[in-house]
Design a protein around this ligand. Structure first.
Ligand SMILES: [Zn+2]
Length: 408
């Protein structure tokens, strides 16, 4: 078995990211190639949320501390939180950087009257959160101090929990299937000894969640007593190409924050009723997910997310070959937003060396263009010849597997 490169090694070789320990330990600096992955992943995951009726929002990074007291984060997570005083003009008060997006989403939920017909209401944010991890555990993209969650809060009535949870389970399965990961396991964690809320409600909601797992026909296990103090949850574990397990998605029911923030909806008869909140993330942290996928695919990610996508190498760089190479580039760019690079700079090197260089960068497609390809309107990919038209429809198909241009 060949050696598995770590995402840190791949990140260096492929020039994807840096962490500049000196300037910002635990924070990711994306280089242009790495940002390509991050940006396309962000666009795609937001697009998938839109398709399913989620409403995208964007909320601030810093907040007055009293919000974190209301949410309970300050009392429970202050070790991980960045709290600081702002002394400006006539202000002298404590503020905190968000370690989670929930309170911000709740403020937006509360910003107007919500009625029964508005539920379930699904807010989605690519939310940047900061948590102070200890320096000993910091590792590249896998353990960082600031990261972007594909975070959602779904506001529901109790009897909607089962249906919504089932939809999220199916969403999770879809997302990993797109990344060729079919080995997924779900864990339902139930009421712990120390918990908030009424035991009957816990058991009722746990049953709804288990029924959702059964209905979706997924592989699951129950972790008795392992739920959060505020509600039962489902965690998702995937197995990568090297057999390693990663915990990524999470779906959590919350009996606590709706009380703390006193959030309700109006029923048709004018009375008010408590809402339930489902916290859920699918990729989890985009930074961590990219780290895991870099290792899973060993740098050669699916075409849309690959840092190096399509390289064209004109054999002799004759005007005729270069012109044809530029035509292919224009053709691909007119039907996708993929990155096509024509190698005309390293012409002093032999063709085999230039191909080797492109292979080291893990380009998904390396097209070699010689006199013959130009004359026959073809492209050569790894000793295989195909017509330019066939190649273009192949690329278009791979691209549209993720999303069609009209919706992008
Ligand atoms: Zn949350």
């Amino acid at each position: 078995m060949s050696k598995i490169s770590s995402h840190n090694e791949l990140g260096r070789e492929l020039e994807l990211f840096d962490t500049f320990e000196d300037a910002g330990s635990g924070h990711v600096f994306w280089k242009p190639r790495g940002y390509k992955i991050f940006s396309n992943l962000s666009k795609w995951i937001e697009f998938e949320h839109k398709k399913r009726g989620y409403l995208t929002i964007k909320t601030p990074i810093i907040y007055r501390s009293h919000l974190w007291e209301t949410s309970g984060h300050k009392q429970m997570y202050s070790d991980f939180m960045y709290l600081f005083r702002i002394k400006k003009e006539d202000m002298d008060e404590e503020w905190g950087i968000k370690p989670m997006n929930c309170p911000a989403h709740i403020l937006l939920f509360k910003s107007k009257r919500r009625f029964e017909k508005d539920l379930p209401l699904k807010f989605f944010e690519l939310g940047l959160v900061h948590r102070h991890e200890l320096s000993g555990v910091i590792n590249g993209l896998l353990r960082v101090r600031s990261f972007t969650q594909d975070d959602s809060h779904i506001f529901v009535k109790k009897n909607q929990i089962g249906k919504v949870v089932k939809e999220v389970i199916e969403f999770v399965r879809y997302v990993f299937k797109m990344f060729e990961i079919e080995n997924i396991k779900f864990f339902l964690s139930t009421m712990p000894e120390k918990h908030l809320g009424n035991e009957n409600v816990w058991r009722e909601v746990e049953r709804m969640m288990e029924d959702a797992l059964k209905d979706a026909q997924v592989n699951y296990e129950i972790n008795p007593g392992e739920g959060a103090f505020y509600g039962p949850k489902i965690d998702v574990e995937i197995k990568d190409a090297h057999g390693r397990l990663w915990q990524l998605s999470t779906i959590q029911i919350d009996f606590n924050l709706p009380e703390r923030f006193d959030i309700k909806y109006y029923k048709d008869d004018g009375s008010k009723e408590r809402v339930y909140i489902i916290h859920r993330a699918i990729l989890g942290s985009l930074e961590r997910f990219i780290g895991i996928m870099l290792e899973h695919f060993q740098g050669k990610l699916p075409l849309l997310f690959a840092p190096y996508q399509i390289a064209i190498i004109p054999v002799k760089n004759t005007p005729k070959e270069v012109e044809y190479a530029m035509k292919i580039k224009d053709n691909i760019e007119s039907i996708t937003n993929l990155m096509v690079e024509v190698d005309i700079l390293s012409q002093e090197k032999t063709v085999s060396k230039r191909i080797l260089m492109a292979e080291k960068k893990k380009y998904v497609y390396i097209l070699v263009i010689g006199e013959k390809e130009v004359d026959e309107n073809k492209v050569a990919i790894r000793n295989e010849n195909m017509t330019l038209n066939d190649f273009l429809s192949k690329i278009k198909g791979e691209y549209e597997k993720w999303f069609s241009l009209t919706n992008f």
